[in-house]
Design a protein around this ligand. Sequence first.
Ligand code: NAD
Length: 426
Amino acid sequence: MEKPITIAVAGCGSRGLEAYASKALKYSDRMKIVAVSDTNPGRLARAKKMFGLNDDQCYDSAEAMLAKGRLAEVLFLCTPDRDHYKEAMTALALDYHLLLEKPISMYANECRDIERLALERRRQVVVCHVLRYTVFYQKLKEIIDSGAIGDVVSVQAIEAVGHWHQAHSFIRGNWRNAGLSSPMILQKCCHDMDILLWLTGKHCKRVSSFGSLKHFNAEHAPEGAPARCTDGCPAADTCPYNAVRFYMGRAERGWLGWPVNVLDPNPTVETIGKALREGPYGRCVYRCDNDVVDHQVVNLDLEDGVTVSFTMCGHTNYNNREIRIMGTRGEIRGDMEKKALEVLKFCGEQDQAEKEIVDITKFTTDFSGHMGGDVRMIDDLLDLITGEGDGTALSDITKSVESHLVALAAEKSRLNNGAVVEISEM
Ligand SMILES: NC(=O)c1ccc[n+]([C@@H]2O[C@H](COP(=O)([O-])OP(=O)(O)OC[C@H]3O[C@@H](n4cnc5c(N)ncnc54)[C@H](O)[C@@H]3O)[C@@H](O)[C@H]2O)c1
């Protein structure tokens, strides 16, 4: 039997440890964690215990681990957004293959630097565009490519972030402030830009965008609301964003996975209570240092006259993605939450269109982590490194850079009153 692929992990948080490295427990014949790093001692201790590592295999930062040279074949680079560039460049110079969390970087030139170095050193860089690996989008791509709806003319897509997810990650959490992380359209929606380009098979020529942070600011705080939900808020019973109800309610019901475990690596009713009283997740959503948008629309003008209209919105009940692909001979409507695609072929009478419902549950039962995308991406990466695949990554650095350029162009447009931005200028 082949030896398992050795992995070093930079950033043992939700993605690095819980979503990706933890797969080594299940697929021990395919991957082995040999070094881990995290600046948070609790996270590092959890990683050490999870893989039975010794002290020499645990580092208190990615920088300290990278300073030791190449310790494994692949680096899972899952540190905060603003650290990716420097660490990726160092790791590529050490000849690591990379599983690189998005965003690659918030600067177009840095995205290109990573691409250039990866190509120069012939290293694989798989960017974590997990949606590409879901059966939902793979089936959708298959149907489009089969020509079932003719040529794609226009696409309408929505990323419904979900009000609770908006509150957790983008108001109270790590991605609340573009200066500390990156703009919402990049950090959250580079996935959507990537999937839209991939599905249509077209390059993007230009974009325009509008959006703002409309609601989550002091102006909209309920009267008398204190800085923390733990401090006796008069609106506690009616506010949909009551942190005590959201996190403690889950902890008390025994749900200690994401997002509760973001508050503390060892979630219990006691540690979650302390985190709510003292940490960022107990803050009133109207009294945080957030500045990323809570809604944004983007128009894309693709090659061959194909258009896309995309909406990201935090003011939705569900955390979901919906899409409508309109072609010359039919249309497809997709709803991730419902795990279904509806394919309609035109026949001249709208009530008589040939209709097929593609039930995604018939093709997979694994809807864990990003609808099964996380695990399938890791599988694909391992195939790539062992040479079992076709030698190309579904989400390689070159394809991923384009999605970042489109997202950065959208942000540039939004900040310039919706002015059209040519991708060639980026
Ligand atoms: N692909 C996706 O769908 C997806 C989803 C969520 C997050 N992300 C991205 O993944 C990355 C990680 O996000 P997360 O949700 O795991 O965040 P997280 O906060 O749970 O994990 C990040 C970890 O990195 C650690 N860290 C910080 N500085 C470090 C350093 N210098 N060296 C080593 N460790 C360091 C932190 O202590 C933390 O444990 C982010 O860039 C984020 O945007 C991607």
